[in-house]
Write a protein that binds this ligand. Structure first.
Ligand SMILES: [Zn+2]
Length: 388
């Protein structure tokens, strides 16, 4: 523990102990002050000799357990837990629970803290056991208990249990709905992998009922409908993503193109892209439209469209596309001049991080629906630099 935290807790503890001592009779007070000062000196010595274990032992023993000192014990244990010194946090909480003077009303507070120690230590079974008991008994901590249970089930990837607790929690806290939608998506992914399409479809419908902006549910619906060759349904699900969160839409353009091809309506797709290029262009949409124009009208039409667009919105991806097209056009003559620029553009594209958490800034090369760092759901989004 760094020194300022130690000093603060140590002195707070001693001062509280002193005040508590004053409430006793004069003789007891004198005796208590003597004990305190003896304990204080011993604790201080251990601390100065860098023996924090012994110092903690003295601290825990010298500070009486009562409703007035409980917060100090809990604060010290929390500092240990934050620092990852879970053995010490657990020791303080276990000692408190065994203490005969621990007020009955405080028992639940300590149990809740102990569950968090176990959770932080990855001892999920023990955390779950305590939390279930607290929930069965019912206490003022019910909401906190349910949220902690959700993190246990998330780590265990037990989506049925997570859904059941989150449904209960939602009766008191509506803000859990988007997370519950993610649990249904997790379940749907598992069901689809087991080829249980109907159950998977139901889970995805429930996810969208809970959170109409759930991109993941639409993506999965699109994949499911494509696998079942239900192209119209897939188009509906994939196009919905643009309204839900346009930053994810670039990723489904290839799938969407495939659906229109299967439906034999690829011109309709080109028109749709043209509309998007006016309303809400992204680099990927512009490139996809250029590809479609090239397929329908040839290289020159595509190059003209791209260079017009890039003049208005200069981007790395746009630059690369122009270079590729120029390279193709110049193929009959010298093919050397664009290569330096092309290499530069390739390098710049490779350097880009694909996803970033909007809450904690965590960066990842692949998509995560739950941030591996802050554990928030749906906060990792395609990097803003990819947009026009
Ligand atoms: Zn995060």
């Amino acid at each position: 523990m760094n020194q300022p935290e130690w000093w603060l807790l140590f002195f707070v503890a001693i001062v509280i102990g002193y005040i508590m001592g004053r409430r006793d009779g004069r003789r007891r007070r004198v005796r208590r002050e003597e004990n305190l000062s003896r304990d204080y000196i011993r604790g201080l010595n251990y601390f100065l000799n860098e023996q924090p274990d012994k110092a903690i032992e003295i601290f825990v023993k010298s500070l009486a357990v009562s409703e007035h000192t409980l917060e100090t014990h809990l604060a010290l244990a929390r500092v240990f837990r934050r620092r990852g010194e879970l053995d010490r946090a657990t020791l303080i909480h276990s000692n408190l629970l065994e203490h005969p003077q621990l007020p009955v009303a405080a028992r639940d507070d300590v149990q809740l803290e102990l569950a968090q120690d176990f959770l932080a230590a990855g001892m999920l079974d023990r955390a779950e056991e305590i939390l279930h008991k607290l929930l069965d008994r019912g206490s003022r901590h019910d909401l906190a208990v349910m949220r902690l249970l959700l993190s246990v089930f998330e780590q265990e990837r037990d989506w049925h249990s997570a859904i059941s607790v989150a449904e209960k929690l939602m009766q008191k806290d509506k803000s859990v709905a988007p997370v519950l939608a993610q649990y249904h998506c997790e379940l749907a992914e598992r069901l689809l992998a087991q080829e249980e399409a109907n159950a998977g479809r139901r889970a995805l419908r429930r996810a969208l009922q809970l959170d109409s902006t759930c991109v993941r549910a639409s993506l999965l619906q699109g994949k499911l409908e494509m696998a079942e060759e239900q192209w119209e349904g897939a188009v509906r699900a994939l196009r919905r993503i643009r309204r839900q969160d346009p930053v994810f839409f670039d990723e489904v353009l290839d799938d969407l193109e495939r659906c229109y091809q299967e439906l034999g309506r690829v011109e309709q797709f080109t028109q749709y892209l043209g509309r998007l290029c006016v309303e809400a262009p992204s680099t990927a949409i512009v490139i996809k439209l250029a590809e479609r124009l090239r397929a329908q009208f040839g290289d020159q039409a595509a190059a003209l469209f791209i260079s017009d667009h890039v003049k208005a919105h200069p981007t790395v991806r746009g630059l690369k596309q122009i270079i590729d097209m120029q390279a193709r056009a110049a193929h009959s003559g010298t093919d050397d001049p664009p290569s330096v620029l092309k290499q530069l553009a390739d390098q710049l594209l490779q350097q880009k991080t694909s996803y970033q958490c909007r809450d904690c800034g965590f960066e990842a090369l692949r998509r995560h629906w739950q941030c591996p760092s802050c554990k928030h759901w749906g906060t990792l989004k395609p990097h803003p630099h990819r947009e026009i």
